[in-house]
Design a protein around this ligand. Structure first.
Ligand code: SF4
Ligand code: SF4
Ligand code: SF4
Length: 572
C-alpha cells in the first residue's frame, strides 16, 4: 500500500522535493512528481518541504476513531520525542489523550530500553565487528536498498515501537488496539510491513494529534494532570536525542573494544556507510538516524521552521523532571518476548547508461561541451551527468534543466523577433521603448540602439498604448494608419502587468490596401459596364417589343380584312 505520495493537482514542478531527497527516489513525468516506492527510504523530507503542500499521506485517524467507538481497549505508545513537540505539561498531555478516547497511555521509551539491552547483549556475544542500530526505519531502508552489503551489520532487532507493541499486547491482551504516536511518517510504512504482525495497529504523527486536539475543542487550561499508566526506568527516554542510544547503553558499551559513532541526517549516513562499504572503517558501533538531530529534530529538520534547539531544551527539561520521580513499574527484564527480526537485501535493478548514451542525453539537453554542464543542481540532481543517468532510467525528463529550457525559449523568441516580417515593439510602463525588431527599424527608419529608452511618442501616437496600460484590456487587430511613414497596420497591443511591459505587434497591410483599392476600382468598372450592357439590352428588348407590337397589329389588321373578304365571298 502506498502510504505517501504527491497530489497531481498541486505539483508545480519546482523540483524542491527532488533536491531534498537523499536517494533521488522521485520520478518526474509530464511535470508531475511521483515517489517510487522501491527506491524510497520513507524519510518524508520531500513531503514536508514541498512549498505547494502537494502531499498525499494515508492517515490512520479514522481507523483509530472507529476503534475507539467500537469500545476496544486503546493504548497509546508515545515516542520519547513527544516532550519537544507538545508545549504542555506531560501529565496534561496524558489526560488530553485520555479525553480523546485512549484507555491507556504509555511511553515508547519502555520499548527503547529493552531494545538497548538487546543491542548490548548482541554486541557482547558477537565481539569485534561492525554494528548498526535499527531504531530508525529510514536508516534500515537505506541500508537494505542502497547498501545491501551492510545488511548483515544491522543489529537484528525490531524497533522500539514494535518492541513496545509486543509488550503492550502481552500485558493488555491480543485484542487491545495499539496506536503509536511519533514524529515520522516512516513508522507508518513500518506499521504496514510484514514483521509488524499487528503489534502496532495504527500510527499517528504529532501533526495529526495536534489537529485532533484542536478539532475536539479541548479546553487545555481546565485539564488535570495524570501520569503514564506504566513507567519504565528513564534510560529509554534518551533515545530521541543525538547520541542518545549510545548514552542509553552506557558503560557496558564503553567496555567493548569498539569505536562508537553517532550520525544523523541521511547525507551523513550515506557518507559513513560508503566508508564502511569501502572497508575504510572497521570495528565500530554506529548509532544512525536519518533526521538531523535524531528524532528530536525529526523530519521537520528539512523545513525552515524546525525549532530544533527549543525542542531539545524541552526534551532535556522533561528528562531532568523524570529523573527525580523515576518509577519503574514494569519488569521488562523478565519479559520473554521475541525482539529479533531479519533484514534483507532490497536493492533494485538499475540500468546503467554507457558513456555514449550519456553523451546523447546531454546533447538532448543542449550540453555539447563540458562547459555546458553547469552542475547547478536546480533540476534536483547534483550533476548534469547524474541527471542524464536518471533520464536513462526513466526517472527524469530533459526539460527539467532550467538552463536548457531558457536557452531554447530564448533562441526561439530571438528567431521570431529577429526574422518576423511584422513590426514588434516592447515598451515599459512609462511608454519608453525597450526593444524593437529589425522590421520596425526598417519601417520607422530608426536604429534600435539609438531609440531604446526614448518615449514611443517620438515615433507614433501613444494614445492606444496608454489606454491598454490603464485599462489592462488588450487591443487586438485594430487598423491604424501612420501617414508620416505611409504605412497602414493591423495593430495589437497587449499589457503584461507582472512585468509592467506592453507588447505591440504591427502587421503591415499596405500591399493589401493597394490590392483592395485596385479591386474596388475593378469592381466599379465592372459594375458600370454591366449596367451599360443591361441598359442596352433593355433598349433592344423594348425596340424588339415595339416592332413586334407593330407587326402584330398590322398582321391582325390584314387578317381581319382577309376574314371579312372571305366572309363576304361566302355570303354572296
Ligand atoms: S516540491 Fe515537488 S511535489 Fe512539491 S510542487 Fe515542487 S516539484 Fe511538485
Ligand atoms: S520520502 Fe524521503 S526517500 Fe522517499 S522520496 Fe521523499 S525524500 Fe526521497
Ligand atoms: S545544468 Fe541543468 S541538468 Fe545540469 S544540474 Fe543544472 S539544471 Fe540539472
Amino acid at each position: 500500500m502506498k502510504i505517501m505520495n504527491f497530489s497531481a493537482a498541486n505539483c508545480k514542478s519546482c523540483y524542491k522535493c527532488l533536491r531534498s531527497c537523499p536517494v533521488k527516489a522521485i520520478k518526474f513525468e509530464n511535470d508531475q512528481a511521483e515517489i517510487i516506492e522501491d527506491r524510497c527510504i520513507a524519510c518524508s523530507h520531500c513531503l514536508l518541504i514541498c512549498p505547494q503542500n502537494a502531499r498525499k499521506v494515508v492517515s490512520d485517524l479514522s481507523d483509530v476513531k472507529k476503534a475507539i467507538y467500537s469500545g476496544k481497549k486503546i493504548i497509546a505508545s508515545i515516542a520519547p520525542s513527544f516532550a519537544g513537540n507538545f508545549a504542555m505539561e506531560t501529565g496534561k498531555f496524558v489526560n488530553v489523550l485520555k479525553k480523546l478516547g485512549f484507555s491507556f497511555v504509555e511511553e515508547t521509551a519502555i520499548g527503547a530500553e529493552i531494545i538497548s539491552d538487546f543491542y548490548m547483549n548482541y554486541v557482547k556475544n558477537a565481539g569485534e565487528g561492525i554494528y548498526i542500530t535499527t531504531a530508525c526505519t529510514s536508516v534500515n531502508y537505506l541500508v537494505e536498498k542502497y547498501f545491501p552489503s551492510l545488511v548483515d551489520y544491522l543489529i537484528p532487532a525490531v524497533s522500539p515501537m514494535i518492541a513496545h507493541g509486543k509488550l503492550i499486547k502481552e500485558f493488555y491482551g491480543e485484542d487491545s488496539y495499539v496506536v503509536f504516536i511519533g514524529p515520522c511518517m516512516a513508522k507508518k510504512t513500518e506499521c504496514q510491513s510484514y514483521f509488524n504482525n499487528n503489534y502496532i495497529d495504527a500510527v499517528l504523527n504529532y501533526d495529526e494529534i495536534h489537529q485532533w486536539i484542536e478539532d475536539a475543542n479541548i479546553d487545555l487550561d481546565s485539564m488535570n494532570t495524570q501520569d503514564f499508566d506504566r513507567n519504565s526506568a528513564s534510560r529509554g527516554r534518551l533515545f530521541p536525542k543525538f547520541g542518545g542510544i549510545i548514552q542509553c547503553m552506557g558503560e557496558d558499551l564503553k567496555k567493548q573494544n569498539l569505536k562508537v559513532i553517532s550520525v544523523s541526517g541521511s547525507d551523513e549516513c550515506i557518507d559513513l556507510f560508503t566508508s564502511i562499504q569501502n572497508g575504510d572503517i572497521n570495528n565500530i558501533f554506529v548509532e544512525a538516524s536519518s533526521c538531523k538531530g535524531s528524532c528530536t529534530g525529526g523530519p521537520d529538520m528539512v523545513t525552515g521552521n524546525h525549532k530544533y534547539y527549543t525542542k531539545l531544551e524541552n526534551v532535556n527539561k522533561y528528562l531532568a523532571s523524570r529523573k527525580a520521580d523515576a518509577v519503574n513499574n514494569i519488569s521488562i527484564s523478565e519479559s520473554n518476548i521475541d525482539l529479533s527480526r531479519t533484514f534483507i537485501d532490497k536493492s533494485f535493478k538499475r540500468d546503467l547508461a554507457f558513456d555514449y548514451d550519456i553523451k546523447k542525453i546531454l546533447q538532448s539537453m543542449g550540453k555539447h561541451t563540458p562547459e555546458d554542464e553547469l552542475n547547478c543542481g536546480v533540476c534536483g540532481y547534483n550533476t548534469c551527468r547524474e541527471k542524464a543517468q536518471a533520464i536513462y532510467e526513466g526517472m527524469a525528463e530533459p526539460n527539467m534543466c532550467l538552463h536548457h529550457m531558457r536557452n531554447k525559449a530564448e533562441s526561439l523568441t530571438n528567431v521570431i523577433f529577429e526574422h518576423s516580417a511584422n513590426c514588434i515593439l516592447f515598451l515599459d510602463g512609462s511608454m519608453n521603448i525597450i526593444e524593437l525588431n529589425p522590421a520596425c527599424e526598417e519601417v520607422f527608419a530608426v536604429r534600435a540602439a539609438n531609440i531604446k529608452t526614448l518615449p514611443v511618442s517620438i515615433l507614433m501616437d501613444d494614445t492606444d498604448f496608454k489606454t491598454v496600460k490603464e485599462t489592462g484590456v488588450s487591443i487586438i487587430g485594430k487598423k491604424v494608419s501612420y501617414s508620416n511613414y505611409s504605412v497602414i497596420f493591423i495593430q495589437s497591443v497587449v499589457y503584461l502587468p507582472k512585468q509592467d511591459i506592453l507588447m505591440v505587434s504591427m502587421v503591415d497591410i499596405n500591399n493589401q490596401e493597394e490590392n483592395r483599392k485596385k479591386f474596388n476600382l475593378l469592381r466599379e468598372n465592372t459594375l458600370n459596364s454591366t449596367q451599360e450592357v443591361i441598359e442596352k439590352q433593355m433598349r433592344v428588348a423594348h425596340e424588339i417589343a415595339s416592332l413586334l407590337g407593330e407587326t402584330t397589329a398590322e398582321t391582325k389588321m390584314l387578317l381581319t380584312k382577309l376574314k371579312k373578304i372571305v366572309e363576304t365571298e361566302d355570303g354572296e
